[in-house]
Design a protein. Structure first.
Length: 345
C-alpha cells in the first residue's frame, strides 16, 4: 500500500524584507567586518530574489544578539509559524486534528527541548498519544525527508500523518562571522514553514517511492560549524559543480526505485540561481517546473527545508501535473544528501 499526499499548507514569517534592505543589512554587518567582501555585494543582484520574510525585524539582528537571544526569539515565534502551516495543510486535506496519528517535524535553524512538535499537539488539538518523529540537521533536504517518513508512517499507523518543515534561517545568522558564506546566506535565505498531510488512502497523488542519496567526500560542501557565537554556515564554492555531477545519477536511482525510466515533472528546491542552473544542466526539467522554482525563490528566498514544499504547492496550483504523470520532488542537504520523493498523479 502507498500513501497519498492529501493536503499541503504554507506560512510566511511576519516581517517582509526587500532585497535592497537585505543588501544594506549585509553591508552594515558582514562587509563592515571585512571590507574586502564589498566586491561580492552583486550576489544580491544575481540571487533572483525580490523579497523574503523573516521571523524578527532586521533591527533585532543589527543589534548583534547573542546565540541565546536569537534562539529565544526562535522559541517565541517558531511554534506559531509551524502551527499556521499545519492548520493550512489539515484544512486543505479536510482532516480533523483529532484524526492525526503522527507528526514528523524537521528544523535545522533553532533548538528546542521539548521539540516544537509538542506545541503542535496541544495547540492544534491532536491526541496526546500521537506518534512523534522530530528531525534535526537535514537542512534544505528536511522537507522532502519529513514528507517521505510521514508517508511511511501513514501506511504503518493506518491514518493521517502530518509532516512539518519550519525554519528561521535569519535567526541562525552569526553577526561576528565575516565569511563569504555568511554574505551569500544574507543574500539568499528567508524564513517560513510548510506542511503536508499524508494518508493511507484518499484523494491526491500517490507516493510511489522515496530515496536518500549520500555523495561521498562532500561533507565540507554544506552544513553548520558549531562555534561560540552559534551555528556558522558552511558552503563550498564547488557546490554547484557537485550538484551538476551527482544529481543526475541520484535522480536516475530514484526513478529506478519507482519503476520508471524518467520523470515527467519536477518540484526542485531552489537553493539559489547556480543550484537551479545545475539542476537544469543535469535534469532538463520542463519550463513550468523551473518557473515555479524561480517564482518561489523570487518571492520567499531560500527558506531551507520548507522550500521544496512551497514549490510543490505552487506547481499544483499554477501548472498541475496531468493524470498519470509522475513528479520527483528533490532537495539537497548536508552530507551532501540528495533527497527525493516520487508522486504519481
Amino acid at each position: 500500500m502507498n500513501a497519498v499526499l492529501a493536503g499541503l499548507g504554507t506560512a510566511e514569517a511576519p516581517h517582509p524584507v526587500a532585497q535592497d534592505e537585505a543588501r544594506r543589512f549585509a553591508q552594515a554587518t558582514v562587509v563592515r567586518s571585512r571590507p574586502a567582501l564589498a566586491r561580492m555585494l552583486d550576489v544580491f543582484d544575481r540571487a533572483g530574489i525580490e523579497r523574503r520574510t523573516l521571523a524578527a525585524p532586521l533591527a533585532f539582528l543589527e543589534a548583534a544578539p547573542s546565540f541565546a537571544a536569537r534562539n529565544d526569539r526562535f522559541a517565541a515565534c517558531a511554534p506559531a509559524l509551524a502551527a499556521a502551516a499545519a492548520r493550512s495543510a489539515l484544512d486543505d486535506a479536510t482532516v480533523p486534528p483529532a484524526d492525526v496519528r503522527g507528526v514528523v517535524l524537521t528544523c535545522s535553524t533553532g533548538l528546542a527541548a521539548p521539540n516544537l512538535d509538542r506545541n503542535l499537539v496541544f495547540d492544534l488539538g491532536f491526541d496526546p498519544g500521537v506518534r512523534r518523529a522530530p528531525l534535526w540537521g537535514l537542512g534544505c533536504a528536511g522537507g522532502v525527508a519529513a514528507t517521505a517518513l510521514a508517508a511511511d508512517l501513514a501506511v504503518a499507523l493506518g491514518g493521517p500523518v502530518l509532516a512539518v518543515a519550519i525554519e528561521t534561517c535569519s535567526l541562525a545568522f552569526v553577526p561576528s562571522d565575516p565569511s563569504r558564506a555568511n554574505l551569500v546566506a544574507c543574500a539568499l535565505f528567508g524564513d517560513g514553514a510548510a506542511a503536508a498531510v499524508l494518508a493511507p488512502s484518499g484523494d491526491g497523488p500517490t507516493v510511489t517511492a522515496h530515496r536518500s542519496h549520500l555523495v561521498p567526500d562532500t561533507v565540507e560542501a554544506m552544513g553548520w560549524d558549531v562555534v561560540d557565537a552559534g551555528l556558522k554556515v558552511r558552503f563550498a564554492p564547488t557546490l554547484p559543480g557537485i550538484v551538476a555531477r551527482h544529481v543526475g545519477p541520484a535522480t536516475a536511482a530514484l526513478a529506478r526505485a519507482a519503476g520508471l525510466a524518467r520523470f515527467d515533472r519536477f518540484a526542485l528546491h531552489p537553493g539559489g540561481p547556480k543550484i537551479l542552473d545545475a539542476y537544469t544542466e543535469a535534469l532538463r526539467p520542463p519550463p513550468d517546473d523551473l518557473a515555479a522554482a524561480r517564482a518561489v525563490l523570487r518571492r520567499h528566498g531560500n527558506m531551507s527545508s520548507p522550500t521544496a514544499l512551497f514549490v510543490l504547492d505552487r506547481l499544483r496550483r499554477a501548472a498541475p501535473p496531468a493524470a498519470g504523470q509522475t513528479l520527483a520532488m528533490l532537495a539537497l542537504g548536508p552530507g551532501l544528501a540528495v533527497e527525493g520523493l516520487v508522486l504519481q498523479w
